[in-house]
Design a protein around this ligand. Structure first.
Ligand SMILES: Nc1nc2c(ncn2[C@@H]2O[C@H](COP(=O)(O)OP(=O)(O)OP(=O)(O)O)[C@@H](O)[C@H]2O)c(=O)[nH]1
Ligand SMILES: [Mg+2]
Length: 223
């Protein structure tokens, strides 16, 4: 058993970390707003379909040169390479041992780009449904992706991240015939946790509802 004092010290340190992260995130947000950039973070478990959805969205958006994608990954640049093939600029952030991006990572990247050149910035976070909830990045909208292959309780089990997100995508609905799942239950769980969240059932593979999602991202007045 750790001593009480030690335990409380760890908690204080965490609070400082989160507070610092929030301050930098607010600064990132100001930069997005000042440069009239629509900014989105995409979070979700490993393999939920974050990169596939991004590819599908980017393929619909007409002007590739006004899009920047920041890919978070532990070690590889597989996702950034995939996205680059869609014709947009990408920046890879490797987090090493860290299980989520934080606002400092993003602020450093923003220092290296000419923000004036972009209208959209998409940030794909490291695949994880827990860590990103502590570290906001300063984007306008957070999109959370779950897939029907993650089991019917995946939303219920991760309420915090769903509370802190604006849009939920339930992906891989092309597999509905072979996965024994009640998608209505997943939708209801999301609504119960966050009545304001927008819900899209989608297939990045077949493209079902990708256009509807993209239209919302494009049309919604953000600032
Ligand atoms: N059947 C089906 N497969 C999909 C769909 N979307 C993604 N996949 C597959 O799921 C796997 C993971 O997709 P990714 O887009 O790499 O998932 P990710 O969330 O970016 O994964 P990480 O970045 O590793 O966390 C790939 O094999 C995709 O082809 C979908 O809508 N339907
Ligand atoms: Mg990915």
């Amino acid at each position: 058993m750790p001593e009480k004092g030690t335990l409380s010290r760890i908690i204080e340190l965490n609070e400082d970390l989160i507070e610092n992260n929030n301050i930098i995130a607010a600064h990132n947000k100001e930069r997005f707003i000042k440069n009239k950039i629509k900014s989105f973070e995409i979070v979700g478990a490993i393999g939920a379909g974050k990169t596939s959805i991004l590819e599908a969205i980017i393929n619909i958006l007409p002007k590739k040169d006004e899009i920047l994608v920041i890919n978070g990954d532990i070690t590889t640049r597989i996702d950034a390479d995939r996205i680059e093939k869609c014709g947009v600029k990408t920046i890879q952030i490797n987090t090493g041992r860290e299980c989520a991006l934080n606002s400092y990572h993003i602020s450093q990247v923003l220092n290296d780009v000419s923000l004036n050149d972009y209208n959209y910035i998409f940030i794909e976070n490291v695949g994880n449904l827990i860590c990103p909830s502590d570290f906001i990045l300063g984007v306008e909208k957070r999109i959370i992706v779950v897939s029907i292959t993650e089991g019917e309780w995946v939303i219920k089990k991760h309420p915090l991240l769903f509370k802190m997100s604006d849009i939920v995508i339930i992906n891989k609905i092309d597999l509905l015939d072979i996965i024994d799942i009640e998608i209505e239950d997943m939708i209801n769980d999301a609504k119960e946790i966050n009545p304001n969240i927008r819900i899209f059932t989608l297939s990045a593979k077949t493209g079902v509802n990708v256009e509807e999602l993209t239209n919302i991202l494009v049309e919604e007045k953000i600032h």
